[in-house]
Design a protein around this ligand. Structure first.
Ligand code: DGY
Length: 326
């Protein structure tokens, strides 16, 4: 008796050369087509790549909207992000079409918390400005008043959002002798690391405010001129969440007027920003990094691996290990 061999499910991957074994793991089971470049596909190119596929693995910077889901066609069952944030995905459109969206919490919290802590230290102690002085040959004779920053020990850290990354920052901050408090709009609970405080109190009383909230309609622009004005003039603002949560114009204005000591950003609006004359890159009291929160080999490989496991689970008819919260 001859039968038609069943077709292997098709999975599209939006980049080539992703770290770790995740894509190989998928290729062992499914018909995988990767976008052949490390540069991102345009929306039209991604739509062409995913046409007729059952699964799609994308990065956090890829846009997944209704048009892309429709271009994929009715067989699409899962879009797995190798990213914790999923603000680039139209989750409602996916739900309408029966497509499961998954992301990668858990695996990147510690690594991203390291960068938040690094930004706190760099901004508070003005370390990049000290390095710049060296490079300009401007070290000079020892002076008691040169390269002065503000202490981290004994400072109060206010965390906006209190998920895995914020808690990982809280653990680190305790080791640096900081007092920690947090604000989360719904989970108004203290724990052994931190005390819940109202948003306004967090802004008024913190020496360092660190943003760890996802970008949503509610959090878009949540730190604007009004909120910055409530912060201490000696305070530091750090953002490793998403750029859109902080009003960058208002932040630059506050720094220029000396209404805020310093700031550290790993994320910004309109990424990637590539102009060397970008005002964000040229403000002396602002430390800026190119979205490197999760950028270690181990963590990036773990993100791709978890995304691959999510694809596999859905295509096998199981529950995904880490679907986006519904
Ligand atoms: C994330 O996982 O959300 C990081 O910002 C990298 O995209």
């Amino acid at each position: 008796m001859s039968g038609t061999p069943s077709r292997r499910p098709r999975v599209a991957v939006s980049r080539t050369g992703l770290p770790g074994d995740g894509v190989e793991r998928l290729a062992a089971r499914f018909d995988v087509t990767s976008w052949p470049r490390t540069a991102p596909p345009t929306p039209a190119e991604l739509a062409g790549l995913v046409r007729g596929c059952e699964g799609l693995l994308v990065l956090g910077s890829d846009r997944v909207d209704a048009a892309l889901l429709d271009a994929a066609g009715p067989d699409l069952r899962v879009v797995a992000l190798a990213s914790m944030g999923y603000d680039g995905v139209d989750v409602a459109a996916a739900v309408e079409r029966g497509v499961v969206i998954t992301h990668t919490p858990d695996v990147l919290a510690e690594t991203t918390a390291d960068v938040a802590m690094a930004l706190i230290l760099m901004a508070r102690r003005r370390l990049p400005a000290s390095m710049d002085a060296l490079r300009r040959g401007a070290w000079g004779a020892f002076r008691m008043d040169s390269f002065l920053g503000l202490d981290v020990q004994g400072a109060t850290l206010g965390l906006i959002g209190y998920g895995q990354i914020a808690r990982a920052v809280a653990r680190r901050a305790a080791g640096f002798g900081m007092r920690v408090r947090h604000h989360h709009p719904r989970r108004k609970e203290d724990d052994e690391l931190s005390r819940w405080v109202p948003f306004d109190e967090l802004l008024r009383t913190s020496d360092v405010v660190s943003v760890h909230t996802p970008l949503t309609r509610e959090t878009q622009g949540m730190i604007g001129a009004t909120e910055l004005a409530r912060m201490k003039p000696t305070a530091t603002l750090v953002n490793t969440g998403r750029g859109g949560v902080v009003d960058e114009e208002a932040l630059l204005a506050a720094l220029r007027r000396g209404e805020l000591h310093s700031a550290g950003l790993d994320v910004m609006t309109g990424e990637p920003r590539t102009s060397p004359s970008d005002p964000l890159f040229n403000e002396p009291h602002l430390v800026v990094l190119p979205h490197v929160g999760s950028a270690t080999e181990t963590t990036r490989a773990a993100m791709v691996e978890l995304a691959a496991r999510n694809v596999e689970a859905i295509l096998d008819g199981r529950c995904a290990p880490t679907p986006v919260p519904g």
